[in-house]
Ligand binder design. Sequence first.
Ligand SMILES: [Zn+2]
Length: 170
Amino acid sequence: MNKLKYLNHYNEETKRQVLKLIESGSLSKYLLKKYPKPHTINSDKELFNYTIEIKNNYLKKSPPLSKSLYDGKINVIHNALGTHHFISRVQGSKLKAKNEIRIASMFKSVPEEFLEMIVVHELAHFKEKEHNKAFYKLCTYMQSSYHQVEFDLRLYLTHIDINGKLQEWN
Ligand SMILES: [Zn+2]
């Protein structure tokens, strides 16, 4: 089993440190210390309002959002994560014609920063289709800690693979 399949494109030193965290059994401690609590945005309506608020703050001029919802059919864990399709194929997908944002239901039970990161990623696709420099610039404009949060989310996906979900976030 490749323990670090979600972290393949990070540098060797980072991967070495992550392996250390895993082997010493402190991955959950790391995550819980940094993100003690899950968010409380549980319904589709709350998710829609949450998304609209971020959009209005940062992307007023982009096309309107018609829907934003949790989708139980999007399975994060069993899809292979390609480096370049981290979210659009896996965590959520934006149906372009209608400007819908779909977020995998597992994101109901994560810290707000993770949900924010996914929403920000999907919103950024309103303007940039590709995962290019402009795309990530937009992401960090909306969430300054975007890259760190993406890394921590990948750590959590790794944790789920090895130990399952964190009870503290459920
Ligand atoms: Zn994407």
